[in-house]
Design a protein around this ligand. Structure first.
Ligand code: NAD
Length: 496
């Protein structure tokens, strides 16, 4: 038995510090508490710390408030002092941001500064675990920085434990993961990390009568993948790059569908039913955004460049993704003709449904372009309006408190984020409220046939457009001949 490891570990739970209380840190910390561990969440943002102390959840994330209610003040504590928290803990998770530097590489200065601080606080054995998404070799650098700053080599081990949660479904992703990856070159350290996740790995958490999401209990426990630290770091970047590639791939297919009059829904069903491909992440639309894919692709390319490999495939993935926003704006112009002075209802500002995160949001980018072209925007987002207001201000943009309020008297409605609640809005009421019954759907949340039935002119991505004949009332889906190329098919263009 390793004397550095407390005996209580065999029968009990662990004391964990998570540094960084952002999307990953908060969710990981709350979920570790849910698994039975004693968790201290550390953040150096005083406003965030105060809000957390008061029991406020600073991000919109399903089930996180429930976890706060269960564990706040008992198994889940908050601290501003990294040193004091490290002192009380056996495992330290680093979950600070790794934003993009100007040259596209990941900026690891937050990780380095945290590693320095941990080093100067260590008095007994700890495992230091990277949860942030970082380039290969970061675990090695963390170890070197800690040694340079006086941490005795026998008092710590460093591991990588990449996080695969998705904003919007983060708690569920954490507690019911597809896999858990542990990257370390030290067997004993891997075993300690395994123990932290044991309630998930042996399925005992799912059997607990109070486990969150009981409807998912039947799910098999996740596999544990133990790798070297370098492999774990690469697994995370490669996974994100592959997912982004799937999104750009289906967007490219959608463009062909528009040109030839095929239906991307039928095509993606045909592609996705192949078990080797799978149907997830084959949703055409405005493209990916958020705080991860754009920066991780750029950092992954930088890693490849440093290794002497030009990962050109990723360049194309990014180019297709950026093009989707341009193509969408061309669609808006081709349906509405001129934009200056048009009043547009916008549904969705977050980078995806289920979150209030607007970092790198395609919706924000489209709204900015429309404002730049002189449009007046009436926007509704179930969670991201406050964040958007801070970024976009209030000039020529009004933030509605419901989809219907946003739609009132607008010349057209644009769907920019895939919130579930948008799928069930009352289409008849929507049609009454809009000045013209025009919907341009950047997320394919409605079906063309339904929109035809409800009397809309409807344009989406990779599917046939629907034109509402305002003169005679005949409403029928029309096979899409029109692509969103710079020259619109003038026969197809109807202007309000
Ligand atoms: P975030 O920006 O939401 O949160 C980071 C937090 O770290 C902030 O609250 C910040 O105040 C805090 N922080 C920074 N320096 C600190 C310090 N020295 N001491 C204490 N706190 C400090 O970031 P995030 O979205 O949670 O992402 C964190 C990491 O996880 C990133 O590397 C990201 O790529 C990765 N990741 C993110 C997601 C996601 O969906 N957001 C998913 C998987 C992985």
């Amino acid at each position: 038995m390793d004397v550095r490891w407390p005996l209580r570990r065999i029968v009990n739970f662990m004391r964990i510090t998570v540094i960084g209380s952002g999307h990953v840190g908060l969710v990981s910390g709350a979920c570790f508490a849910e698994l039975g561990h004693d968790v201290i969440l550390v953040d150096n943002d005083p406003a965030k710390y105060e809000a957390l102390q008061r029991g406020e959840c600073p991000i919109h994330e399903k089930y996180l408030p429930e976890l706060f209610q269960r564990h706040h003040g008992t198994k889940l504590e908050f601290s501003k002092s990294l040193a004091a928290s490290v002192d009380k803990s056996e495992a330290i998770f680093i979950a600070v941001g790794t934003p993009p530097a100007i040259n596209g590489e990941a900026d690891l200065s937050f990780v380095e500064s945290v590693a320095r601080e941990i080093a100067t606080s260590i008095k007994d054995y700890k495992i230091v675990v990277g949860k942030s998404t970082v380039p290969v070799y970061t675990s090695e650098w963390v170890r070197k920085v800690m040694l340079l700053n006086g941490a005795p080599a026998n008092l710590f081990d460093v591991a990588s434990n990449p996080e695969f949660l998705r904003e919007g479904t983060a708690v569920s992703d954490f507690l019911y993961p597809d896999r858990i990856v542990i990257g370390t070159d030290n067997k004993a350290c891997a075993e300690r990390l395994r123990l932290i996740y044991e309630p998930l790995l042996d399925g005992s958490y799912y059997q607990r009568p109070d486990s969150l999401l009981p409807h998912k209990r039947a799910q098999a426990p996740p596999p544990l993948i133990v790798t070297t630290a370098k492999s774990a770091e690469l697994i995370k970047y490669a996974s994100n790059a592959f997912l982004a590639m799937k999104i750009s791939f289906i967007n490219a297919v959608a463009t062909i569908c528009e040109s030839v009059g095929a239906d991307v829904d039928q095509v993606r069903k045909g592609i996705g039913s192949d078990a080797r491909i799978g149907g997830q992440f084959l949703n055409p639309g405005l493209g990916y955004g958020g705080s991860c894919f754009p920066k991780d692709l750029s950092a992954y390319r930088a890693v490849a460049r440093e290794c002497g490999y030009d990962f050109r495939l990723l360049e194309e993935v990014v180019r297709i993704n950026n093009e989707q926003r341009e193509r969408f704006l061309r669609k808006v112009r081709s349906v509405l003709w001129t934009l200056k002075g048009k009043r547009l209802a916008v549904l969705g500002l977050a980078f995806k449904g289920g979150t209030d995160d607007i970092r790198e949001s395609p919706a924000i980018s489209v709204v900015r372009s429309l404002l730049g072209e002189g449009c007046k925007i009436q926007a509704y987002d179930p969670a991201a309006a406050d964040n958007a207001r801070e970024l976009l201000g209030t000039g020529n943009i009004r933030y509605a408190t419901s989809a219907m309020e946003a739609a009132r008297d607008a010349d057209a409605l644009l769907v920019l984020t895939d919130w579930e609640e948008f799928r069930t809005i009352d289409l008849d009421r929507l049609r009454e409220l809009l000045r013209y019954p025009i919907v341009i759907d950047g997320r394919n949340i409605f079906s063309p046939a339904t929109m035809a039935e409800h009397g809309f002119t409807y344009t989406s991505v990779g599917r046939g457009d629907v034109y509402h004949d305002a003169s005679g009332g005949q409403k029928s889906p029309v096979a899409a001949k029109k692509s969103a190329d710079p020259q619109p098919d003038v026969d197809a263009v109807k202007t309000p």
